[in-house]
Design a protein around this ligand. Structure first.
Ligand code: ZN
Length: 158
């Protein structure tokens, strides 16, 4: 997005060249880097869930996509990314499941993907990513109970 005017991203609120589409382009670039390199899947998943919850209009348009990212972040934050819980979530969301879509919080955290982009790879990146994701999770405090109830349902459905 070089040359694009700096504007506010409507999702995460940061000022970035190209605004919302510039923010998305940087996210896509980070995803591509994750796929091509040595980033463990749980960390990639954490990045995607945090980003999507900060950009809910785009990535959490349905109740189902909202649940996927909200419960994904719950599993990362409260269950150490437990693989069994992630599998149960995926299986539960598979197919034609309709869920009520909660209303997202207006404030979704001060940290953004820019804090992750600004770091080198490895430990520094993981640290920045975890701090960002934890802040997004806190921003969704009003929906923690909903997320836990969804996860319990997913686990019961197995
Ligand atoms: Zn953004």
């Amino acid at each position: 997005m070089s040359g694009a005017a700096v504007a506010r991203c409507e999702g995460c609120g940061r000022e970035v060249a190209g605004g919302s589409s510039g923010c998305r382009a940087e996210f896509d670039a980070l995803c591509a880097r994750d796929y091509s390199g040595a980033v463990p899947y749980p960390l990639h998943r954490l990045m995607v869930d945090a980003y999507c919850l900060q950009h809910p209009a785009e990535f959490c348009a349905s109740g189902k996509s909202y649940a996927a990212h909200l419960v994904g972040l719950l599993v990362a934050q409260e269950f150490d990314g437990d693989a069994g819980a992630q599998r149960a979530l995926r299986a539960w969301l598979d197919g034609d499941r309709r869920l009520p879509r909660p209303v997202e919080p207006v404030a979704r955290g001060e940290r953004t993907i820019a804090d992750v982009i600004a770091t080198e790879t490895g430990e520094a990146r993981e640290c920045a990513l975890r701090a960002w994701a934890a802040e997004v999770w806190r921003a969704y405090t009003a929906q923690h109970e909903t997320a836990r109830a969804w996860l319990a349902e997913a686990r019961g459905a197995r």
